[in-house]
Structure formats: C-alpha cells, structure tokens
Design a protein around this ligand. Sequence first.
Ligand code: PEP
Length: 250
Amino acid sequence: MRIKIVAGNWKMNKSHSEAIELVQKIMASDYDNSVQLIVFPPSIYASEIAKITSSSATALGIQNCSEYDSGAYTGQLSASMIRSMNVKYVLVGHSEIREYFNEQNKTLASKINQLITNDLTPIYCCGEVLQEREKGNHFNLVKSQIEEGLFHLDENQIAKCVIAYEPVWAIGTGVTASSSQAQEMHHFIRSLLAEKYSENVAGSISILYGGSCNPENSQELFANPDIDGGLIGGASLNAVDFIAIANSFS
Ligand code: PEP
C-alpha cells in the first residue's frame, strides 16, 4: 500500500507570525489521519516550525537543497543540515527552480543522491510546459526528467522517493489538468517505474498531482487509481482549503 500525501508548498509567502499561525491552524484541524500532511514553509521558519510539528503527525519539508555536501555555497542548505533538523521531506526540481535557476536534470540527480544518502525523502517534481504538450511531446519530456533525475537509483533507493507530476501550465494559473490528463500521465510514470524496476516497486511509490489543485477539483483528481495525493501551492496558504483537500480522498 502506498501512502496518500497532501503537501503544501508555501513558496516565498507568509510573514513569521502568519507562518506559525498557519501551521497551528492546520495541526488543530480534523483531517483524515490516513493522509500524510506535509508543510513546506520558507526555510527561515523551519527550525521553529519543527518544534511545533514534532509532536504531531504533520511533517515538515524543505523547499530545496544543495547538490553539494558543504562548503562555500552562499545561501544554500545541505541535505545533512536539513537532516539534523528532524525534517523528512525535501522538494527537488520544482518547475520554478528549473526555470528561474536553469536547473538541469543532472543537478537534480546529484540532489537526489544527497537526500538519499542523508536518509531524507525527496519529492521529485516533473512536468511539461504548455508548448511541449501542444507539440505532443509531453510524455517524452516527462520520461527524460524521470530517467535523468531518478533512474540512476537502485530499487531500494527509488522506493524511498515520492514523485510529483506538475504540468507547468497548470501551476499557479487556475487551469488544472483534467482528471483524465492527470491520470494518463501518472499511469505513464508508474509504467516507466515498472519497466525499469518492477511492478512491486512501481506500485509502492506515491505519485502526487500538482497544478491549481483546490477543494473544488481535488476529489475528482484523487479518485484516480494512480493519483496518490497532491502538491498544493496557492490553496495550501489557507488552512481551511488545505484541510478540505486532505479530506477529499474517496
Ligand atoms: C506548486 O507550485 O507546486 C503548485 C502546485 O502551485 P499551485 O497549486 O498554486 O498551482
């Protein structure tokens, strides 16, 4: 059985007090406890939020990490530093970082190695821009992101990863992939995993959908057999919406 996950990527939003208030509201809410909730606040608040979440089932994640061990990399956070904060999840390859910082699959593969070595769970993001979908190249593009970012891992290592399919044209745009478009790509990703590793491994990896997911569309998306939850941006900034999404598995 793979785990259902609803993860909130707060990006570069919320003041210190707003961040604390948001995590407290989430923790005080009633939600389906078979769902793993994860919050990804701005890193500067992580240490304080770690203290708040430590006594709860809500997990803390970090939005990015360095591909290097340590040293003169101003502004970066290493996987071992993250590990020392009792964090479990780290986002890798979010489309905003791929795009604005020209991050390549090869770099992402190094980040994945750092995380696996430090016993952290990567949530590896993949997804096509609109032009690639319009050209009919979206499956090829996602295949190369998965192969180049993850397929150097062995069977035990890949089993520790979570994948998030986030079509770039749906992120922050209010345009969601239809339930069938999302399921089709999730099924494709799972079949790549089955081909490279085994049906068993493929069946154990959670694949999340991200891209304008909200309380109005989450139920239909999460009802699909290959969609194991969501990576939520905008709607995770509001505790009521975030919890409504977490409560929308059938
Ligand atoms: C995201 O940035 O990962 C995301 C899914 O954002 P939004 O939900 O706002 O589209």
